[in-house]
Design a protein around this ligand. Structure first.
Ligand code: TRP
Length: 437
């Protein structure tokens, strides 16, 4: 068997953060924030990210690095081949489904980027309900993802992440600073940072938690697979904490780039999924030098989405390459075709197939809900139970204490407590509440 590739230290952080930071931060977070009352959502989201999502991230990391294989391989190896190995299948179907609809939204990004270069931004609803433009966008997006993953772990994924993530940071911060100088922006900051707790309800909590999961790429083996490429010398604690910090930071910066602009131009923050695509171009139209800001913004969006979609594809590829002994190229091709077909159906569900309903949801909504509300939650549950109760305690502690940093030692007990009790109970509670709403 060929030696497995390993990330460098900086590359490891950039690829993990790359997986985490994506459409979830730039597109999903601002519109959920707008729909759920602004600052109060941010407050709950921050709590969920650090108290629940981070420990789950950590559990995935430990399993991945200890196992040193694809998701299925990790579960199988660390459980000594028991039935628990089947829990590893969370890293096959869920990410493939997420990839297909993620790529559709990525494809809208492709269209907006191409059109912003020629200064003719589309109207959101007419774009997504048409047949060919969104499918062409989806195809280009998936092709880009496939090419990077085909190039391999170090040459493709790591090299791209190391350039893309710092570039993304500069772009988004630049836009946020630009927006800060627009008259009327102050109202947006108030909306973002001044919580009104009377707006706190079940929906806000569930959405914030779901967003924290989605944004940290939890529950489908992404982090596990990437952690298996991280060197044993690196600290699991600092990697996890840094990734979570970067992820939250990007969500905050995205909020600061979008909300003040929405208020400065007198638009509504509650527009929903169209917020980014519909509202922003209108803002860009009115802004001085808006054409250039638009190009930069959609470029940033695309880069962020790509670093995430490659993580989704890589999890599944790693499974087929290592467990089914498939050639890397062939695996990439096969999964991409699957995601392309399913993605086309999702894309068409905004137009010609809008009447097709699965459990009274459109095809896109169905797969989005199926993964975010069920499969990822089940995946996260299996992950924490496995890390806390099934894998050998000595393996867990060894992975934890192996690194040189002293803070890790003190954190072992509290983190284990969260992984064994708090996280599984919290996940169950969300699951049940989600079913009841
Ligand atoms: N976290 C990414 C984002 O915020 C999306 C993503 C990548 C993801 N890998 C995942 C979501 C795995 C859920 C599961 O855009």
């Amino acid at each position: 068997m060929p030696q497995r590739e390993k990330f460098g230290k900086f590359g490891a952080l950039m690829t993990m953060a790359g997986s985490a930071v994506g459409l979830g931060n730039l597109w999903r977070f601002p519109y959920l924030l707008g729909e759920n009352g602004g600052a109060v959502f941010l407050f709950v989201y921050l709590l969920c990210s650090f108290l629940i999502a981070l420990p789950i991230f950590f559990a995935e990391f430990i399993i991945g690095r200890r196992g040193g294989e694809n998701c299925f391989g990790c579960f199988s190896k660390l459980s000594g081949g028991s039935k628990w190995k089947y829990a590893g299948l969370i890293g096959v179907l869920t990410p493939a489904i997420i990839l297909s609809f993620y790529s559709v939204v990525g494809g809208w990004g492709v269209q907006y980027f191409m059109r912003s270069c020629t200064f003719e931004l589309a109207e959101f609803n007419s774009l997504i309900s048409s047949v060919w433009p969104p499918i062409i966008g989806h195809t280009i997006f998936l092709l880009l993802t496939a090419v990077i993953v085909m190039m391999g772990v170090k040459k493709g994924i790591e090299s791209f992440g190391k350039i893309a993530m710092p570039a993304l940071f500069v772009l988004v911060v630049g836009i946020a600073i630009y927006v800060a100088f627009q008259p009327g922006a102050a109202e947006g900051y108030r909306y973002l940072f001044n919580p009104d707790f009377s707006k706190l309800d079940d929906n806000c909590i569930i959405s914030a938690l779901g967003q924290a999961f989605f944004s940290l790429s939890l529950g489908c083996g992404c982090i596990m697979t990437f952690a298996s490429y991280v060197s044993k010398k690196d600290s699991a604690v600092s990697h996890s904490v840094n990734t979570a910090l970067l992820d939250v930071l990007f969500a905050l910066i995205a909020g600061c780039a979008i909300m003040p602009a929405v208020f400065a131009y007198g638009l509504s923050p509650t527009a929903g999924p169209s917020l980014l695509f519909d509202t922003l171009p209108r803002i860009f139209n009115q802004m001085p030098a808006g054409e250039i800001v638009a190009v930069l913004f959609f470029l940033a969006l695309l880069v962020a989405a790509l670093t995430s979609s490659i993580s989704l594809l890589e999890v599944v590829v790693a499974y087929f390459v290592e467990e089914k002994k498939m050639e890397r190229k062939k695996a990439v091709l096969m999964i991409s075709v699957f995601a392309w077909v399913l993605g086309c159906l999702c894309s068409l569900s905004f137009g010609p197939l809008s009447n097709v309903k699965l459990f009274s949801l459109s095809i896109f909504e169905f797969f989005d809900k199926l993964t975010s509300d069920y499969l990822m939650i089940i995946g996260a549950f299996l992950t924490v139970v496995f890390a806390g109760w099934i894998m050998k305690r000595s393996d867990f502690e060894d992975e934890f204490l192996h690194s040189n940093d002293k803070a890790s030692k003190r954190l072992l007990k509290p983190i284990l407590l969260i992984i064994r009790y708090v996280a599984p109970i919290a996940i169950l509670m969300i699951f049940v509440t989600g079913l009841c709403i």
